[in-house]
Design a protein around this ligand. Sequence first.
Ligand SMILES: NC(=O)C1=CN([C@@H]2O[C@H](COP(=O)(O)OP(=O)(O)OC[C@H]3O[C@@H](n4cnc5c(N)ncnc54)[C@H](OP(=O)(O)O)[C@@H]3O)[C@@H](O)[C@H]2O)C=CC1
Ligand SMILES: N[C@@H](CCC(=O)N[C@@H](CSC=O)C(=O)NCC(=O)O)C(=O)O
Ligand SMILES: [Zn+2]
Ligand SMILES: [Zn+2]
Length: 388
Amino acid sequence: MSDTAGKPITCKAAVAWEAGKDLVIEDVEVGVPQAGEVRIKIDYTGVCHTDAYMLSGKDPEGAFPVIAGHEGAGIVESVGEGVTSVAVGDTVVALYTPECKECKFCKSGKTNLCGKIRATQGKGVMPDGTSRFKCKGKDLLHFMGTSTFSQYTVVADISCVKVTDKAPTDRTCLLGCGITTGYGAAVISAGNGGIEEGATVAVFGAGCVGLSVIQGAVARKASKIIVVDVNDSKKEWSFKFGATDFVNPTSKTDVKEGETIQSKLVEMTDGGLDYTFDCTGNVNVMRSALEACHKGWGESIIIGVAAAGQEISTRPFQLVTGRRWKGCAFGGVKGRTQMGGLVDDYMNGKLKVDEFITHRQNLGGINQAFHDMHDGDCIRCVVDMKKV
Ligand SMILES: NC(=O)C1=CN([C@@H]2O[C@H](COP(=O)(O)OP(=O)(O)OC[C@H]3O[C@@H](n4cnc5c(N)ncnc54)[C@H](OP(=O)(O)O)[C@@H]3O)[C@@H](O)[C@H]2O)C=CC1
Ligand SMILES: N[C@@H](CCC(=O)N[C@@H](CSC=O)C(=O)NCC(=O)O)C(=O)O
Ligand SMILES: [Zn+2]
Ligand SMILES: [Zn+2]
């Protein structure tokens, strides 16, 4: 039992009071975990583009004031009544895609999208409809069921997973979103259980998510991995992760007059790719990714999050002629069942994680972390929540 168990904790958190404004480091009161809840001392959090998207005000589910953050790892400080899956002192990774193992979705064997707390999570509250965060007399909203931009957070027990304490939390935090999302998309969501050996793959967007797709495609022994990115600095990154080709769709040398990115890719692959992945969130790119697929069987997987109001389009003929369009969240990974395996793979040198960390900040520098994100050389910034 910790000294703080059963009492509210006052700690520092990065609070978003309104859309489009810098986060403010505030003293927040973090309530006692209720039945089925876990209070976690967050050691480290990553900063993901989905946080920036919500904070910009473009996410229809975004509401303020809120504590964002969903790529976090730390130590269980206390647990509410009935919690048996984790205990005080356990090292955990937060899961924005929970896994209850008993709802229709979890039992279907077809998806990782657990339905148990999705409605309240989307409203920014705990499953009982209330918040565990207070600041200046006001309730603050939770985000993605995790709110890792606080030194302490409260999550549902199904929204965290115990991992080995041998794995450093400044690395495992990144398994809470970006790396797992791209890797899982390649080895779980694509096709029927992942990319097959020898398949051809194109990855649109070589940020943390796209590089992780490459990592999954390499693990599955894809024969060709073409990266498409507007930023030439991503060429070196892509090759470092195992890509075989790089195309800049804005380069007149790479895509000549009269060609489109999809026609170029179709020509490079004798009729199109077996698998393409959108890792940009741009709906025009999503169309190119679909149309670069091979007639009859090519499959395009949407991972990127597009802004509210954006819609995808293509000629239905593209689908009539056998191309398939699908998408996934968190790579299709079931967090409580499969995270341990990913951490083991990292510890055994089979899964790259360290390589993604290009920037570091303390909690007090979290706004800089969001600025860094727009720097082409930033793959992931890890924020030390213990230092303000
Ligand atoms: N479905 C899910 O579960 C998840 C989805 N996401 C989403 O995935 C997306 C990618 O995330 P992340 O890897 O962190 O993002 P990054 O911004 O780091 O990477 C995207 C890359 O795509 C490049 N790019 C931008 N426009 C184009 C274009 N038109 N054609 C080709 N490349 C382009 C960017 O270049 P430049 O830097 O020059 O703009 C950048 O290199 C985001 O939309 C994020 O919200 C993230 C995690 C989970
Ligand atoms: N709320 C947004 C959509 C945001 C979104 O798609 N989130 C992904 C994870 S992105 C992680 O960085 C996700 O998990 N989607 C599935 C879900 O159930 O939310 C909107 O409404 O546009
Ligand atoms: Zn994310
Ligand atoms: Zn479930």
